[in-house]
Design a protein. Structure first.
Length: 358
């Protein structure tokens, strides 16, 4: 076991890649680097290909969080009445497009209102699309329009196939995603961004995917969606703890700013622990199959992350640490990746072998 978060932020399989980042900003190695670090290869400068550019601009490195939410909903649905594979695929593509759209609109709105600046973490842990001229505003608007149109087309198809319930879920997701940063609500500035993420990545994404795939939504699916929503919320909590020195002076009252760093870290630890508790509750009420208890295999990673969150961040980033000044967010994300993958694996085994919920 490595003792530092800098060692923990990459898997064993990728350590060699990050120890020697690509010298070119073109081709598959550059794409892989961008997908795992949210950054273009440091030696590439401005000489990057279009794929690398848009992986960075869309922050595609965090899309697995949304993909896992869709897989949780789909695997809960696969052996239930009314299941349709096409509808499931459409739903997953829809939530991924919505996440892309959300990332792009957040950057646009935060730049327009002056939150994003060259000294703000968004422009420090990865190149900002507009501030570093990776894309023009016109290109950003075009990308937002295309992802919006894609989601509207999917919503129209699912409306025809599954009814208005799907549209209601999609509309709620869009409203909450836009309201996260956009005036006049700007939920992030009012300590409501974290509950927003819990609702969106939990009941709306997981429940909406299940509803799209089957045409109905039992209460057990909402219960089953809570653990994964909690996981995603821990990442935002960690990120906002990292950003307290920047957000507090600017009047951006995220939940960690309101609570203070130490209490916010304790709340984050509570949310991490609550993931395991809610999986247990889900199994007990037959909302989750018993095989999802496999998430306990993530407890060693939880131990590493727990220590990292309790400790202060280092004064300087470790060598080859690509997303500084984010620190607690990286710790939480590593737990999401391990625990979320195990949750999906437990659901997959249950679906393939029809192990049941008892």
């Amino acid at each position: 076991m490595r003792a530092t978060l800098g060692d923990m932020t990459v898997t064993t399989e990728r350590r060699r890649e990050l120890a020697a980042p690509p010298t070119s900003g073109r081709g598959p190695r550059s794409w892989l680097y961008a997908l795992t670090t949210t950054n273009p290869p440091p030696a590439a400068g401005n000489d990057i290909d279009g794929m690398t550019r848009w992986i960075v601009v869309t922050r595609a490195a965090v899309l697995p969080m949304t993909l896992f939410a869709g897989l949780v909903g789909g695997l809960l649905a696969v052996r239930h009445g009314g299941f349709d594979t096409l509808d499931l695929v459409l739903a997953i593509v829809g939530i991924v497009l919505a996440h892309l759209n959300n990332n792009l609109t957040n950057d646009l709105f935060d730049t327009n209102v002056g939150t994003d600046a060259e000294s703000y973490p968004r422009a420090l842990y990865a190149p900002h699309p507009l501030l570093t001229n990776l894309v023009t505003k016109r290109q950003l608007y075009t990308a937002i329009a295309l992802t919006t149109i894609g989601d509207l087309v999917i919503a129209a198809i699912l409306l025809d196939r599954r009814g208005w319930g799907v549209v209601a879920f999609a509309t709620a997701g869009i409203v909450l995603s836009v309201a996260y940063t956009a005036p006049p609500l700007r939920l992030k500035k009012r300590g409501l961004g974290e509950p927003d993420v819990l609702v969106v990545w939990g009941p709306l994404m997981v429940g909406g995917t299940y509803l799209s795939a089957t045409g109905h939504l039992p209460w057990q699916v909402i219960v089953a969606s809570i653990p994964y929503g909690l996981l995603c919320t821990t990442v935002l909590m960690g990120k906002h703890v990292d950003k307290i020195p920047y957000d507090e002076p600017a009047g951006t009252r995220t939940l960690p700013v309101i609570l203070g760093a130490e209490l916010a870290k304790q709340v984050t630890l509570g949310l991490l622990a609550a993931f395991y508790v809610t999986v247990g509750i889900g199994i007990a009420v037959q909302a989750l199959p018993w095989m999802t208890a496999i998430v306990v295999l993530a407890l060693p990673r939880l131990g590493q992350v727990w220590k990292a969150i309790l400790a202060p961040p280092p004064a300087e980033p470790p060598k080859h640490y690509p997303i500084w000044p984010l620190w607690y967010a990286a710790a939480a994300f590593m737990h999401v990746r391990r625990a979320g993958a195990l949750l999906v694996l437990g659901l997959l085994i249950s679906a393939v072998f029809d192990l049941g919920w008892t």
